[in-house]
Design a protein around this ligand. Structure first.
Ligand code: 26V
Length: 793
């Protein structure tokens, strides 16, 4: 390799790794060759990082997460290693379509949404900051399902990103652990022994994660499930070939597919198996690494910090106690102390239906020893601190288990952390008032500004230099430039160019013609009642009705964009999708409003689509019922890319508004406290509807068949819900949402004012960098430091 130019490296990989001749290479071949050449640039810093950690005897951070929503890796890796321009020049020089080559990469969707994407941003920031860290998760063969619309209804199709070779990973056949399930426990020589009667192999696959400026790389280690024996020879020899292959098929199911429901905990045995599978393999790997360097297990908390990303790896508590006590002979109390010294827990939701609980029956069957240890943990905790129990109604409450086994427990925004203390963890917080801390989420500015929005990033760099990429809080240096009309013009022109690109894409990919000078109003996230996409579409219907009444009025033309998937079994969310698509069909065909309003819902929202939509957004919709969205991270990406927010006082919106200034944020809606009070008001929805004729008319259109294409009852369910129980207060927040939206319209009609406000959003969003978040975890939770100062930051 050495001094080989990037172009030579690409050609060399094309020939020697792919066995292809440049004259016959496909886009795929070029993409793989470029990826391998890029990967080569990462391997040395990766080895150096490992060596530096080892030499310094540094503490390592282990981020255990059931989900890593990493998306595409190639462009980000080129940006961080600084070879993007050289690569582009090489392909331009060969007359090959660079963009098409980059877009050939499949989007690795090993996560559902916010929680998984946060884990991916954290890995990148850990590498950027040079903190020794491993991400541990599952190598799902099938990531989140692909979404397609059939006459407006969501259809799920399997996702198969691994059918093409995953060029970024290194398979580690030597790093494998046998993971057992079920069976029985017995006493032997004073120790408890668990003898499982079922087992699978967990095999490691490593992906290096390179930080900004390419100086440090950490490892994402994903576990794949393999059979302990490939064939049942007995059955094979008797001619039962299908039966003989069964153990392999069974074992592989464990890492086969990502659960697509992040809203209701179904308590499925396979999911518990997945959770134990990756947690147990990771802990064994962590202990193996520790024991190769140290001998006293009591030092474990000095060298190891384990972060449990939500409760999915909560079995780490009992498993670590088991490894230390049962397998290594540490007294139970000491094992508890050591385990707690290493473990920390992040909560990502307060929604009761999403809080994990496992039945004692299932837990006792699949993990008999762990069930007993959970009882012991529960007993020892309630002896010291009476009043809280981990086991209730024959169920293990994983949040409570995680809490008692953790040194620190954190929420993901200031509001969410306060609500944790007041609601779900009220009693535990009373017993351990120092344990809950806040770490407001963040996003990496490399992917979410520099890479996804090169036009705007260029304008920023031209004004203040590129120091902001490694230190996003430097974006405040833009503020003085906001008085400069030339700067504002360049800022606006960059956004306008993004909107033109997106308009063309809508035209060619979706057949929807939109006007790039309209306001681009975007809501992208999982479809859920609490996120209130139905509030958005009701307001859009009302707007359309008003526009039709008065087509020559002083309207601000809008393109309303939705993106997001519904959990396959979440029928109400699927009805919302169907409604949006049905409204889009009618509105987009209306000649009266054709210059004023369009609705676009591209299917299969994923990380790649987010990278396309966010840079072209004028107005970011963050409209959840206050108290329900733990943080949100899309909200941060939009603000960073110079979009205005229309939003409630929920999650990190509260802090975004504080940072960008109340005058640069369109606030509406009730506070969390007002929401609680409002629910007590009899017929709150009916009252709100009676007070707002626009809302009443919009709801009527759901009942009278305007969007139903002959089937009048199609959307009655949504209308009845909003008019009746309306748990998420769509009706009660509607009028104020309408008001805020019209204020946004008015602001947009004043281009100079809009430019100033949006540029201030970018300038003041640097605090929402995941680098800042990770610094917070490192100092307040992990006590971890970079072993060597990095030159670049
Ligand atoms: C929950 C469950 C429940 C059991 C079955 C499977 C499953 C899978 C995932 C989840 C996670 C839901 C929690 C979540 O994604 N929370 C989001 O976390 C983001 C990062 O902190 C935050 O910005 C969002 O507000 C929050 O909804």
């Amino acid at each position: 390799m050495g001094d080989q130019t990037l172009k030579d490296a690409i050609l060399s990989h094309l020939k020697y790794s792919l066995g292809k001749d440049a004259d016959h290479a496909t886009i795929y071949d070029w993409r793989v060759a470029l990826s391998l050449a890029t990967r080569d640039r990462i391997v040395d810093p990766w080895f150096q990082s490992t060596r530096a950690t080892y030499r310094a005897g540094a503490k390592r951070v282990y981020y255990l997460s059931m989900e890593f929503l990493i998306g595409r890796l190639l462009e980000d890796a080129m940006v961080n290693t600084g070879i993007l321009d050289e690569a582009k020049a090489a392909f331009d020089g060969m007359g090959l379509p660079f963009d098409k080559i980059i877009h050939d990469e499949p989007d690795a969707a090993l996560g559902n949404g916010g929680l998984g994407r946060l884990a991916a941003c954290f890995l990148e920031s850990l590498s950027t900051l040079g903190i020794p860290a491993y991400g541990y998760g599952i190598r799902y063969e099938h990531g989140l399902f692909r979404q397609r619309f059939d006459h407006g209804r969501q259809v799920e199709e399997p996702e198969d990103w691994l059918t093409q070779e995953h060029v970024w990973e290194f398979e580690r056949p030597e790093a494998a652990f046998e993971i057992g399930f079920a069976g029985e426990t017995f006493e032997n020589g004073g120790r408890t022994v668990w003898r499982p009667n079922e087992s699978v192999m967990a095999q490691a696959f490593d992906t290096p994660v390179i930080g900004w400026k390419g100086e440090w790389a950490n490892t994402l280690r994903l576990w794949g499930a393999l059979p302990t024996k490939v064939l049942d020879l007995g059955l094979f020899n008797r001619g039962d070939y299908a039966g003989a292959a069964e153990p392999e098929a069974l074992a592989r199911t464990i890492s086969r597919v990502l659960y697509p429901d992040d809203t209701t905990d179904e308590g499925k045995a396979l999911r518990l198996k997945q959770e134990y599978f990756f947690t147990a393999a990771s802990l064994r790997d962590i202990l193996r690494r520790f024991e190769s360097e140290h001998s006293d297990l009591r030092d474990l908390p000095k060298k190891v910090a384990i972060q449990m990303n939500d409760t999915h790896p909560a079995i780490a508590g009992p498993e670590l106690v088991r490894l230390l006590h049962d397998e290594r002979g540490l007294p139970f109390a000491d094992a508890m102390m050591v385990a707690r010294g290493c473990l920390n827990y992040t909560n990502h939701t307060l929604l009761p239906e999403a809080l994990e609980r496992w039945s004692e029956g299932l837990m006792g069957h699949l993990l008999p020893r762990h069930m007993r240890l959970i009882e012991m943990i529960n007993e020892s905790h309630s002896q010291q601190y009476p009043g809280v129990t981990i086991i209730e109604h024959d169920q293990v409450k994983m949040g409570e288990l995680s809490f008692v086994m953790a040194s620190k427990v954190n929420g993901v925004s200031a509001l969410h952390t306060e609500l944790m203390k007041e609601t779900v963890f009220k009693d535990l917080n009373g017993l351990h008032p120092e344990r809950i801390v806040n770490q407001t989420n963040g996003v990496t500015p490399r992917r979410w500004l520099k890479t996804c929005n090169p036009g705007l990033a260029g304008v920023v760099t031209q004004a203040i230099g590129d120091g902001w990429v490694g230190d996003a809080e430097k974006l405040v240096e833009l503020e003085p430039h906001i008085a400069d009309s030339g700067f504002l013009e360049r800022f606006t022109a960059a956004k306008r160019a993004n909107k033109e690109t997106l308009s063309n894409w809508f035209g060619t990919e979706l057949g929807v013609k939109v006007d790039p000078s309209a306001m681009f109003d975007v809501q992208i996230k999982r479809i859920h009642e609490y996120k209130r996409q139905h509030l958005n579409i009701l307001e859009t219907i009302a707007l359309w009705q008003e526009m039709r009444d008065n087509p020559n009025g002083d309207w601000t033309p809008r393109v309303v964009v939705f993106g997001g998937k519904a959990a396959p079994g979440y029928h109400f969310a699927k009805d919302i999708i169907y409604l949006i698509n049905s409204v889009a069909r009618v509105v987009n065909a209306d000649p009266i409003t054709s210059k004023l309003l369009k609705i676009v819902y591209p299917p299969n929202y994923n990380v790649t689509l987010a990278e396309r939509l966010i840079p072209a957004t004028d107005l970011s919709e963050q409209i959840s019922t206050a108290g329900k969205e733990a943080s949100g991270t899309g909200n941060m990406k939009f603000a960073l890319n110079g979009a205005m927010t229309v939003g409630t006082l929920d999650g990190a919106n509260v802090e975004i508004r504080e940072h960008v200034g109340a005058e640069n944020f369109f606030l509406f809606g009730m506070t969390a406290q007002e929401v609680w009070a409002r629910r007590e008001v009899e017929d709150h929805a009916g009252q709100a509807i009676a007070a707002d004729p626009k809302l009443a008319r919009a709801l009527d259109s759901l009942r009278n068949g305007t969007f139903a294409d002959g089937d009048h009852d199609r959307f009655r369910g949504i209308a009845d819900n909003v008019s009746g129980p309306d748990y998420f207060l769509v009706a009660s927040d509607f009028s104020d949402y309408w008001r805020a939206s019209r204020e946004a319209d008015a602001a947009f009609r004043d281009p100079a004012r809009w430019a100033r406000m949006t540029a201030l959003n970018t300038a003041r969003s640097g605090w929402f960098s995941s680098d800042r978040t990770i610094r917070g975890y490192a100092s307040e939770i992990w006590d971890a430091l970079p072993p060597k100062p990095l030159r670049s930051i």
